[in-house]
Design a binder for this molecule. Structure first.
Ligand SMILES: *Cc1c(COP(=O)(O)O)cnc(C)c1O
Length: 366
């Protein structure tokens, strides 16, 4: 049996007619950059995330950098970033002219540790990068309390968390500004690169829109030097179609997760993901931990099951962050990178597929 980690072609086939029609209409209207399709998607996505404003951008990495720039933080100030994330969460900080300081993660839900944030912040700290890792929201009330007390801004990296909820509220507007990725493999993915910045703050959203479009107020009137990072019409039209199916796909992910939880409970030394009582986890990734990670991964590959590792090296261990000198710090994030394994999940899996995976995992431990 072959179990794919992700099957975007199958998903396309499920909605082929809608997608093909959307692509044709963008071409017919030659609405390639920004334009009506991008505006329509921005409105729909803002409504979906319960946000006032949405600005489409070229990708989430750009979006994070633009969002940080728009916050007008003190140049050279420090931003706290979880040590267990994709490099983009940290990259954007440096590129926007700030200093990355890594914090540890919570041992149970893997989002940024509140304790570590409290221990790490100092007078030079200006903001917190709240990454809703794997699709589980950060503890936003705790972070907001800290931010208020120390006058910090909160940037939400929501790349993995479309539709995730914190205490019944969609992520994206609890912090000051939030950025989503529509990289093809994300829960809501385009057919190329795309991203969106979401906020309730009108001024921030206007600043972001200008930065992302050459600092422009009209076609050849530029107020300042910006850059080019815009949502294109084809991606927007595809995303509008896919947004209509997102809740069904998220439900499928939550179903797969609960089946994994049930069938893997107590197996070997596995540590299964949790969902806090205040969270709606959207399981962009279903991540387990085990001391036998490499052996298990290899075994599953032999059984035709694709798995992933998110992420094989904690950020402080990357060459890019050697200068931070945090690779040897006593952080859980610096150990978990050797234990985490992401199992296949998504709307392409049937209950039988999931059982095949869990049976193989049980067999591995027996
Ligand atoms: C995917 C991802 C990004 C980057 O998104 P792009 O759209 O590919 O730039 C940033 N942060 C996290 C946590 C991600 O998973």
């Amino acid at each position: 049996m072959e179990i794919k980690f992700l099957d975007l072609y199958k998903q396309y086939c499920d909605i082929k007619e809608e997608i093909d029609a959307a692509i044709q209409s963008v071409i017919k209207d030659t609405a390639f950059i920004r334009g009506p399709y991008a505006r329509a998607f921005e409105k729909e996505f803002a409504a979906y995330q319960n946000a006032e404003y949405c600005v489409g951008v070229g990708n989430c990495t750009d979006g994070l950098e633009i969002a940080i720039e728009a916050l007008h933080l003190k140049q050279g100030s420090e931003i706290l970033v979880p040590a267990n994330s994709f490099i983009a969460s940290a990259e954007a900080v440096t590129r926007a002219g700030h200093k990355v300081i890594f914090c540890d993660c919570d041992p149970d839900d893997y989002t940024i540790s509140i304790e570590s944030v409290k221990d790490t912040l100092n007078k030079k700290t200006s903001a917190i990068m709240a990454v809703h890792l794997y699709g589980h929201p950060c503890d936003m009330d705790a972070l907001s309390d800290i931010a208020r007390e120390h006058s910090l801004k909160i940037i939400e990296d929501s790349a993995q968390a479309h539709g995730a909820e914190y205490k019944g509220k969609r992520v994206g507007t609890i912090g000051d500004i939030s950025v989503f990725s529509f990289f093809p493999g994300k829960n809501l993915g385009a057919y190329g690169d795309a991203g969106a910045i979401v906020t309730d703050d009108k001024i921030l959203s206007e600043r972001c829109r200008m930065i992302a479009n050459h600092g422009r107020i009209s076609k050849y009137d530029h107020e300042f030097e910006g850059r080019n990072s815009r949502l294109d019409g084809l991606q927007a039209a595809i995303l509008s179609v896919k947004l209509r199916h997102l809740d069904t796909w998220l439900d499928a992910r939550r179903h797969v997760a609960s089946q994994y939880n049930m069938e893997l409970e107590g197996v070997g030394d596995l540590i299964l993901p949790i969902e806090r009582e205040w969270a709606r986890h959207v399981y962009h990734l279903y991540v387990i931990r085990t001391s036998k990670r490499n052996e298990l991964k290899e075994y599953l590959t032999e059984k035709g099951i694709q798995t992933g590792i998110h992420y094989p090296k904690a950020l402080p261990k990357l060459q890019a962050y050697a200068y931070c000198e945090q690779a040897d710090e006593d952080m859980k994030a610096n150990q978990y990178d050797m234990q985490v394994l992401s199992l296949p999940t998504g709307d392409h899996l049937s209950p039988e597929d999931v059982s095949y995976v869990t049976n193989c995992i049980r067999a591995f431990y027996e």
